[in-house]
Design a protein around this ligand. Structure first.
Ligand SMILES: [Ca+2]
Length: 259
């Protein structure tokens, strides 16, 4: 009888404890952001950001819009411009990446990818491709390109030939399209999604989205409030391991650390 009494007391105790835990779970706790804000820098609001990548401590930015598209190398702390070129007004600049000391710059609807010397921004040639150009990054051996759809293409940096492609989808197998600016970080593809404040982290083998990070808090973290009209677009991994993000015509660049 003593044993039955002891078991009964334990059951009551466990029930009370678990009820208490359930109650605390019902308390509304604001979601913690997935990142910490480490630093805020100024960003030229005339830059319609389409490509964003570091070489060492130097930021390389590609900008868009007909007649205003540029390629700029600058110091993100002082905004001192080391070098820049303007694209022919025929071309709307898109994503950029740097591979083997060559800068690659896509164009929106012209089907051209321009190549420039990293050192001097001298024109080195161009490739042609079908469809639109949006974002660009690279892994150890291939360029990685988005075109506004849910497909990401891996291309040979010497020929621009498509070597392979993946379809990006969530865990319910729903396609994630409008993938925009890209960055390859720790063997994963980070992608902006057009007209959203989310960055998705994509497995480059399967195409599945492993995580979705919302950065909408950044819209009020810098100088004034950034309108949702100005879309988030720009992810660059700094050598210190932090990620720099900005958007089209944003007044700031934000240095964040992912949790
Ligand atoms: Ca990038």
């Amino acid at each position: 009888m003593k044993i039955i009494y002891y078991i009964a007391v334990c059951v009551v105790f466990i029930t009370v404890v678990s009820c208490d835990q359930n109650n605390s779970n019902n308390t509304i706790i604001p979601a913690e952001p997935d990142f910490t804000l480490e630093n805020i820098y100024s960003h030229n609001t005339s830059y319609f950001t389409q490509g964003f990548e570091f070489v060492g401590d130097t930021l390389i930015e590609g900008t868009g819009q007909d007649g205003f598209s540029k390629l700029v190398k600058y110091n993100y702390e002082t905004e001192n411009i080391y070098d820049q070129i303007s694209l022919n007004a025929l071309y709307f600049g898109e994503g950029i990446t740097i591979f083997d000391n060559v800068i690659y710059q896509l164009t929106y609807t012209s089907g051209k990818c321009f190549k420039y010397s990293l050192d001097s921004l001298k024109y080195l040639g161009e490739f042609e491709y079908d469809g639109e150009g949006w974002g660009l990054t690279h892994d150890d051996s291939l360029l990685i390109m988005s075109n506004g759809s849910s497909t990401i293409f891996f291309r040979d940096p010497l020929t621009f030939e498509i070597i392979k492609q993946i379809s990006v989808k969530d865990s319910n197998d729903y396609s994630i399209d409008e993938l925009n600016e890209l960055e390859y970080i720790n063997d994963r593809i980070f992608a902006n999604i057009w007209h959203s404040d989310d960055i998705v982290i994509i497995d480059p083998i399967t195409g599945y989205v492993e995580k979705r990070i919302n950065l909408s808090d950044l819209r009020t973290a810098g100088e004034g409030t950034i309108s949702t009209f100005n879309v988030l677009n720009g992810i660059a991994l700094h050598p210190n391991g932090n990620i720099f993000v900005t958007g089209k015509n944003w007044p700031n660049i934000f240095e964040i650390k992912l949790k």
